[in-house]
Ligand binder design. Structure first.
Ligand SMILES: *Cc1c(COP(=O)(O)O)cnc(C)c1O
Length: 428
């Protein structure tokens, strides 16, 4: 899967000749992704095959509509690309219908609102600072402005969703739509529990599996398919595809979903992305990907144990998936200060609010880290002690202003990364 080690001007010869300035930036980004330890839980390294599919002449086509019902001629091949990708999506996730056209996760979620709600209707979702996504009805998002967003959180004592709270809110507010899932949720989602609440109040239940789609495809997290009406997902996180999204649904909702995506919200689909999603779905159906998904979880759990042993405070006490949310209050370092020091050390994370955070969202108490990208490089659980030790040293250095330690860690990180070349990147 690893691309051969060739200079950037030979890897992208036409780009280098036509636009040296942008070619140099692409080469620099390749270098950055090769040399750093990328712990952003929503990021990954796509395979060379996915990368190639995203850069094909499928880019050149307009295809408004759906296979067999287009508003443009010349769709002989594009129809086959989209049908093949949608079939693979249905098969892999076990849903009746798949729409593979949403441009990304946020527009996919907006299409769900358009399919089922009128402006002013009530949606129940997880609140952003508790781990939910903006598009689940949070105030600054269109979804919380045009709709009545009611939000559940996590319990203060467990750091986990409390289904009794969700049920109480659902009974009191009678939402038409309920979202489960989020962006900073380290624990398994109880799809069956949410489904029984949605049934009780007659709401449409959406599982937003953007973060965990790859774990579900690889059998490392339970599937929402038997329980929910709609599944919304990005394709570029643990699923390891191109930047894009999909909406899957039961047969009865197929028409509403399709009409909401086009013509409700979007124009022409990004066909090169559709093809690359198809490639990623084929890869995700292999035994190799099942081991990948298992290893992502093992790495996250091991890293969590190593960090906890070094005095880090993990929200909910640990993880069931690919993600760890760390409250740095006890380490006496704000999340952003820690994240910036880690970045200087070649360890890329994001600062993040923790549940019941006393600090502001743009200057929160925590960091969020995850193992999808490092696992794609083949870094094993036996290295998680080293990673935890680096994080410990850098967070301590951030507090004392010890830049020497930061640079020391940076060269140690680079040395380990050289031993585990990333898919799709130059290795030297
Ligand atoms: C990432 C994410 C999205 C949004 O995806 P974009 O492609 O960034 O628009 C939506 N929902 C959840 C839960 C996510 O994690």
């Amino acid at each position: 899967m690893t691309a051969p080690s060739v200079p950037a001007d030979l890897r992208h010869p036409a780009l280098a000749a036509a636009d040296p300035e942008l070619a140099a930036l692409v080469a620099a980004e390749e270098r950055l992704q090769a040399d750093t330890l990328r712990l952003i839980p929503s990021e990954n390294y796509v395979s060379a095959a996915v990368l190639e599919a995203s850069g094909t002449v499928l880019q050149n086509k307009y295809s408004e509509g759906y296979p067999g019902k287009r508003y443009y001629e010349g769709q002989q091949i594009i129809d086959q690309v989209e049908t093949l990708t949608a079939e693979r999506a249905k098969g892999l996730f076990g849903m009746d219908h798949a729409n593979v056209q949403p441009y990304s996760g946020s527009p996919a979620n907006l299409a769900v609102y358009l399919a089922f709600l009128k402006p002013g209707d009530t949606v129940l979702g997880m609140s952003l600072p508790m781990g939910g996504h903006l598009t689940h009805g949070w105030g600054v998002s269109a979804t919380g402005t045009w709709f009545n967003g009611v939000q559940y959180g996590v319990r203060r004592d467990t750091g986990r969703v409390d289904l009794d709270e969700v049920r109480d809110l659902a009974l009191a507010e009678r939402p038409k739509l309920i979202f489960c899932g989020g962006t900073a949720v380290p624990r398994e989602i109880d799809f069956a529990g949410f489904a029984s609440i949605a049934r009780e109040v007659g709401a449409v239940l959406v599982a937003d599996i953007a973060h965990i789609a790859g774990l579900i495809a690889g059998g490392a997290h339970p599937s929402p398919a038997p329980h929910v009406d709609v599944v919304s997902t990005t394709t570029h996180k643990t699923l390891r595809g191109p930047r894009g999204a999909m909406l899957l649904s039961r047969a009865e909702h197929a028409r509403a979903i399709d009409r909401a995506v086009f013509p409700g919200l979007q124009g022409g689909p990004h066909n090169q992305t559709t093809a690359a999603i198809g490639v990623a779905l084929r890869e995700a159906a292999t035994p190799d990907f099942r081991s990948y998904a298992r290893d992502v979880v093992t790495n996250a759990r091991t890293l969590g144990e190593e960090l906890a042993a070094r005095g880090f405070d993990l929200v909910s006490g640990g993880t069931d998936n690919h993600l760890l949310l760390i409250d740095l209050t006890a380490k006496d370092v704000p999340g952003k200060v820690a994240a910036k020091a880690l970045d200087r050390a070649g360890i890329v994370v994001n600062h993040n609010s923790v549940p019941y955070d006393t600090r502001k969202p743009f200057d929160p108490s925590g960091i969020r880290i995850g193992t999808p990208a490092l696992t794609s490089r083949g870094i094993p659980a036996s290295e998680m002690g080293t990673v935890a030790e680096w994080i410990t040293r850098v967070v301590q250095a951030a507090r004392t202003g010890d830049e020497a330690t930061v640079s020391e860690v940076r060269s140690e990180v680079k040395a380990l990364m050289d031993g585990y070349p990333a898919p799709g990147l130059p290795v030297s």
